[in-house]
Design a protein around this ligand. Sequence first.
Ligand SMILES: NC(=O)C1=CN([C@@H]2O[C@H](COP(=O)(O)OP(=O)(O)OC[C@H]3O[C@@H](n4cnc5c(N)ncnc54)[C@H](O)[C@@H]3O)[C@@H](O)[C@H]2O)[C@@H](O)CC1
Ligand SMILES: Nc1ncnc2c1ncn2[C@@H]1O[C@H](COP(=O)(O)OP(=O)(O)O)[C@@H](O)[C@H]1O
Ligand SMILES: [K+]
Length: 470
Amino acid sequence: MRTAYSVETVRAAEGELMARLPEGALMQRAAAGLAAACARLLIRRRGRVYGARIVLLVGPGDNGGDALYAGARLARRGAGVTAVPMDPARMHAGGLAALRAAGGRVEEAVPARADLVLDGLLGIGGKGGLRPAAAALAERLPHGAPVVAVDLPSGVDADTGEVAGPAVTAEVTVAFGAYKPGLLIDPGATLAGALHLVDIGLSLDAPDVEVLQHADVARLLPVPAPSSDKYRRGVVGVVAGSAQYPGAAVLAVAGALRGGAGAVRYVGPAAAADAVLARFPETLIGRGRVQAWVVGPGLGDGRAGEVAELLAQDVPVLVDADGLRGLDAGALRDRSAPTLLTPHAGEAAALLGTDRRAVESGRLAAVRQLAELYGAAALLKGSTTLVAAGGGPVRVNPTGTGWLATAGSGDVLSGLAGALLAAGLSAADAGAVGAYLHGLAGRRAASGAPMTAQEIAQALPEAWRDVRRG
Ligand SMILES: NC(=O)C1=CN([C@@H]2O[C@H](COP(=O)(O)OP(=O)(O)OC[C@H]3O[C@@H](n4cnc5c(N)ncnc54)[C@H](O)[C@@H]3O)[C@@H](O)[C@H]2O)[C@@H](O)CC1
Ligand SMILES: Nc1ncnc2c1ncn2[C@@H]1O[C@H](COP(=O)(O)OP(=O)(O)O)[C@@H](O)[C@H]1O
Ligand SMILES: [K+]
């Protein structure tokens, strides 16, 4: 499990630790870890640190200070280090003195050639996108030189991953004390590249954000026991599709069958049921007992009554797509069985009474609000799918790929996550594990070329195997 902490939490932990340590000790720990990571990268690329040309982009705050002290350490190992300040009048004084003492230089223009660039423009004190002076430096990086971001790629919002203007794209980000949410959530996550954590001795409690990895997902997968029967494995009921959208029923059932349920029961119009049976003869048709319902994909208009009826039952329910229209927040909050809502940004905006742009620009806040307002687990689909529940850490899915943005892909996810609910996972776990497997299957199915939603479902068994192999 990878975890991340908000700027407020990190600053509080830093404050506590700094009060007990000599001045500057934390920055020295950070700079030592940063210099070691840079040295490893240089050795991998060119065999040694000695003789490497290193450019430091230096902002006005402590982020620039880290870069300067790390630059000094690398200069002492024989690298040629040039610092380029965002504002020559505002540079960390101690860091600058250390760099100069180690033989480093300061120049106003970014050198044309380098073996490595350290982005020390802005860290957790950065607000908004890069302002013009910083953007001008970031836009003139030496061609082909790898960029190591100091704590955070400059221009990325540490708490949300939002990028409000120009920003640095890093090959590696060396984070101090803790990952920040913006390193794990797109677009920030993509700009951050590979992540490396330097322990500076912070003590931190519950994270704000967490990311599951193979081992975490493997522990949650509902693998049948020797004594299992199909009812114990879980029966998932799918209420999806309509005369107009029969395909949604087929895709949701496909996801559910691959989701580890013992059986899938389909409830819907005859035309859709025929389409489901033609593809999946193992499907049970018509109402009956289930361990979880999936309701919504391709339902069409005017079905809110049916959705409310399912929500009145004391079984777990996943609500997606058309099922999300006109939900009664009070009724949802009163439910005692788990509920999982799986909107995309547009549906989330309608549920929150805001517009899509507001959701897109503040995805972390939006998913938390959804969970709170509806008293449910909320899975917000998109380039990094987020899952929130009960005020706990927000789960960020790391397996997504843009290839998943294909019609019907969400229908497969709802069937899959519904089957996990039926197998007994909590709503938050079903959402997070579902999104994880869905992303892996999408990568498997696409492997660099377009694929269809049906192929995502077909690749789910391979995704399970990948996860179980570790
Ligand atoms: N606080 C600590 O104990 C430690 C902090 N460390 C480093 O300190 C960093 C935070 O340092 P600071 O709080 O000084 O903040 P930063 O160095 O991130 O930046 C703050 C400065 O940048 C300017 N600025 C903000 N947004 C800008 C924008 N969009 N364009 C241009 N300029 C902008 C502000 O005016 C301010 O002067 C961390 O990210 C980390 O690198 C590490 O040394 C470890 C210890
Ligand atoms: N850029 C992207 N990167 C990764 N995953 C994406 C991206 N865009 C969409 N997705 C995923 O694709 C699926 C689309 O679902 P949805 O929006 O419900 O579409 P549909 O209704 O056509 O099935 C979701 O799982 C979503 O998270
Ligand atoms: K930075």
